[in-house]
Ligand binder design. Structure first.
Ligand code: ADP
Ligand code: MG
Length: 357
């Protein structure tokens, strides 16, 4: 999203130290407009104009609840997401130019778009694992779902099948193999949801956007500091966060690679993320036993969503060419096949990590 300017008077609405002297665009966020505020006492803050895609009241209630809970546990609040309230003690400020929130600025931090080494990916897993651990006794049920049924895979299948029946673009005939792949995996795709419904996997606070660029790293040590971008925090399964991180980060090609022979599992990245995650949070035995299924389910669900959007005429995901969603669907389904073929090997890696713990 293009960064727009913001009036300095917005920063004055919040309980900051000193008076704001500058407000400049900051970072490479994808959803919100982010600004760095500096005050005359040399304090820095992050000011964000929040995307209209969200229900601001529910969203900020979630973020306020989660950040205050983590603050109680943190031994170093300056290295955590800390929400700054407005002078009227609200957790966001609204006027005709938008909805705004403010966080303290985490000094000496950088964001990475792509892992340069396995250590970067390991460090991101440590941050997401710590986030999970800090919130393990938070009552996840009290959070609102900003996006309903976000990882309800059976519901994603329901939408897929409705879109397939409508076939409004007449594209179904060109993608018979992909449709067949999706349908043949429907049962497997519903296992996590059944385990969740039966209470066999604990309901947790999940982040739901476990990308590398949602972790702050220390500029000097390159160790992770904390997780940011809490817009999609909601009740869910740890396997959603873990599985989605594996989906995007432990494979060897880009999401829209046309040459499927290039789409494989990156075992070093898989090991790195799994090690970082398992070393920093405590999962139940059932969660551990289903880690690979988590990666398969998240990848399958993502592929089904790309296929659905392709059949629907590309209305949801931004596309650069007519078969973009189809290419994306194919990489996801190829990765699902690789994860299935290599399940024993991946479980072997998990076992090794646990025995070294
Ligand atoms: P978006 O939802 O648009 O992706 P993010 O919340 O991820 O926005 O933030 C955008 C960028 O702002 C991040 O990539 C990071 O560089 C920076 N950022 C966000 N919060 C902080 C913070 N508390 N301290 C320092 N930098 C931050
Ligand atoms: Mg972000």
């Amino acid at each position: 999203m293009k960064q727009q300017s913001v009036d300095i008077s917005i920063a004055e609405k919040f309980m900051i130290c000193g008076s704001p002297i500058s407000v400049n665009s900051y970072g490479n966020g994808h959803i919100n407009n982010t600004f760095l505020v500096t005050t005359d006492t040399n304090k820095k803050y992050i000011l964000q104009r929040i995307s209209d895609a969200f229900d601001i009241n529910f969203l900020m209630k979630n973020i306020n609840a989660v950040t205050s809970f983590m603050a109680l546990k943190s031994d170093n609040p300056e290295r955590q997401m800390t929400l700054i309230h407005t002078k009227t003690d609200k957790n966001f400020y609204s006027d005709k130019t938008g909805n705004f929130r403010m966080f303290t600025f985490v000094e000496n931090s950088i964001c990475l778009e792509m892992p340069e080494t396995t250590s970067d990916f390991y460090e991101s897993a440590v941050a997401f694992g710590k986030f999970q651990k800090m919130l393990e006794d938070f009552p996840a049920k009290t959070l609102t779902e900003p996006i309903k049924n976000f990882h309800n895979t059976p519901d994603r299948y329901r939408i897929f099948k409705e879109t397939l029946s409508a076939d409004k673009m007449g594209r179904a005939k060109e993608v018979k193999d992909e449709i067949e792949f999706a349908l043949s995996h429907e049962e497997k795709g519903s296992v996590l949801q059944s385990l969740r419904d039966r209470g066999e996997l604990p309901l947790r606070v999940t982040h739901n956007d476990t990308k590398l660029n949602n972790v702050l790293f220390d500029k000097n040590t390159r160790k992770s500091i904390c997780v940011i971008d809490l817009d999609t925090v909601m009740p869910g399964l740890s396997l959603y966060d873990y599985g989605d991180a594996i989906r995007y980060g432990a494979q060897t090609a880009s999401e829209d690679e046309k040459d499927l022979s290039k789409v494989n599992i990156d075992f070093d990245m898989f090991r790195a993320f799994t090690k970082g995650y398992l070393s920093s949070c405590d999962l139940t035995e059932n969660e551990i036993n289903n880690l690979v299924l988590g990666a398969i389910t998240m990848t399958l669900e993502c592929g089904v969503r790309f296929l659905t959007d392709y059949l629907d005429g590309d209305n949801y995901f931004k596309t650069n060419y007519s078969e973009h969603n189809l290419d994306r669907c194919r990489t996801q389904f190829k990765l699902v096949s690789e994860l299935e073929k290599n399940t024993d090997k991946l479980n072997g890696i998990i076992k090794e990590i646990l025995s070294d713990k």
